[in-house]
Design a protein around this ligand. Structure first.
Ligand SMILES: Cc1cc2nc3c(=O)[nH]c(=O)nc-3n(C[C@H](O)[C@H](O)[C@H](O)COP(=O)(O)O)c2cc1C
Length: 202
């Protein structure tokens, strides 16, 4: 089984989502030593944003692409193929300004590809990337789960994944991290307990 581990926090060693996504992947590997993990740090190795130049590069016949366009298409294809090859994905997803980090959005813009991961027909949209399990490690300074203020964060991520055909989605959540030392420690402990529970029966 291929597991893709993504981090997107810009807070380096102080990051709660990095700490928890690492703990989650470690627990997964302990439960299933055969899994093959690929790691992608979307913050330190950020993808360029999808742009008009990206679309032009993709639409240009391979033999006519210049070096920049060639690089652009290779990056897009490699990112998409890594996503498609994953049976499971762990996404470290902090809340920044009420939504996901821009680096994680840049990744989504590379994996939401018409004809590859979704399609439309007379019945509406159809996800083509089903059969994967996704665990979102959601962190926030405030408390937003189930509230309007969380819609562009966790709820948005779930929406996009479901649009792509992924229905097996778990959320490991640590929120209220900015409420003080003790609430932060308790929120992280709670998320760790969720991780332990996910693999208790494995
Ligand atoms: C640039 C930035 C913007 C943030 N915006 C929000 C926000 O809109 N709402 C919120 O509840 N917390 C916000 N926070 C707090 C983070 O969600 C919190 O620090 C969380 O731990 C981030 O996860 P991380 O530690 O893995 O980066 C923000 C933090 C940063 C650095």
């Amino acid at each position: 089984m291929n597991l893709l581990h993504l981090d997107s926090s810009i807070l380096g060693d102080s990051s709660a989502s990095r700490q928890l996504s690492r703990a989650l992947v470690d627990a997964w590997q302990a439960a299933s030593p055969e899994i093959k993990v690929s790691y992608r740090d979307l913050a330190s190795d950020a993808l360029s944003h999808l742009s008009a130049a990206s679309l032009v590069a993709g639409a240009t016949p391979a033999e006519l692409r210049d070096a920049v366009q060639k690089h652009e298409v290779e990056l897009a294809e490699a990112t998409l193929n890594q996503f498609l090859a994953a049976d499971a994905i762990v996404i470290g997803a902090p809340m920044y300004n009420f939504t996901i980090p821009t680096q994680l959005k840049a990744w989504i813009d590379r994996i939401a590809v018409a004809g590859k991961t979704f399609a439309y027909d007379e019945n509406g949209p159809k996800g083509l990337a089903g059969g994967k399990k996704v665990v979102i490690v959601s962190t926030a300074g405030g408390i937003h789960a189930g509230q309007v203020s969380g819609q562009a964060h966790e709820a948005y991520l779930e929406l996009v994944l479901r649009f792509l055909g992924i229905s097996d989605i778990e959320i490991v959540r640590a929120e209220g991290l900015a409420y003080g030392e003790e609430p932060r420690a308790n929120a992280i402990k709670g998320a760790q307990a969720q991780i332990d529970e996910l693999f208790a029966a494995a």
